[in-house]
Design a protein around this ligand. Structure first.
Ligand code: K1U
Ligand code: ZN
Length: 186
């Protein structure tokens, strides 16, 4: 198991678009496992490659005790009404905001074995898939906030970012110990 450093807002990699994966190698499968471990310790439900300093178009998700990796995900279609729900981001700790998104989505991606998968999702899983695909395009949830809410989110971040020299969030021994106590996944 390897825990990866998480890049926080201010690191230019979070604003770059990613590169499609040409071949799903053992190195990328190991990266996906390390991203899942990092996500569990950070108490997230998703994590995208740019958040750990990588430029591949890939993300991991575990919303319903069903971990999976998506290589080269594409939105096939969004459906249903939109819903405004509070979101956070492992790359903008302690900052939250309401984001309006479609409630249903169909996403096509390659799984860890290179098989093409088409997954239809709703609720939190749909939201998480959309949040992670946004990361792969350099987009963050704060971009959806209106000017007033975005300004207050950024004011909060100006205070919080002091905790992350060089825009790096290294998981703390306390976070790691706390995770072990809960006995989840690792
Ligand atoms: O990509 C990330 O920064 C992870 C982020 C993804 C996310 C998806 C959908 C809504 C909000 C955020 C998180 O995992 S935030 C923390 C989290 O664990 C969580 C969020 C909403 C409900 C339950 C848990
Ligand atoms: Zn995020």
């Amino acid at each position: 198991m390897a825990l990866l450093d998480i890049r926080v807002l201010g690191d230019p990699i979070l604003r770059q678009t990613t590169t499609p994966v040409a071949a799903i190698t053992d190195e990328l499968r190991q990266l996906a496992d390390d991203m899942l471990d990092t996500m569990y310790v950070a108490r997230g439900i998703g994590l995208a490659a740019p958040q750990v300093g990588r430029t591949e178009r890939m993300a991991v998700i575990d919303v319903e005790d069903d971990p999976f990796v998506m290589f080269n995900p594409q939105i096939v279609r969004t459906e249903g009404p939109t819903e405004k729900v509070e979101e956070g981001c492992l790359s903008i700790p302690e900052v939250y905001g309401d984001v309006e998104r479609p409630t249903r989505v169909v996403v096509r991606y390659l799984d860890a074995d290179g098989n093409e998968v088409e997954r239809e999702a709703d609720g939190l899983l749909a939201r998480c898939m959309l949040h992670e695909i946004d990361h792969l395009e350099g987009k963050l949830f704060i971009d959806y906030l209106g000017p007033f809410k975005r300004k207050s989110a950024m004011a909060k971040w100006t205070r919080e970012k002091e905790k992350y020299p060089d825009n790096i969030r290294r998981l703390t021994p306390e976070e790691i110990a706390e995770h072990h106590h809960t006995g989840e996944e690792l």
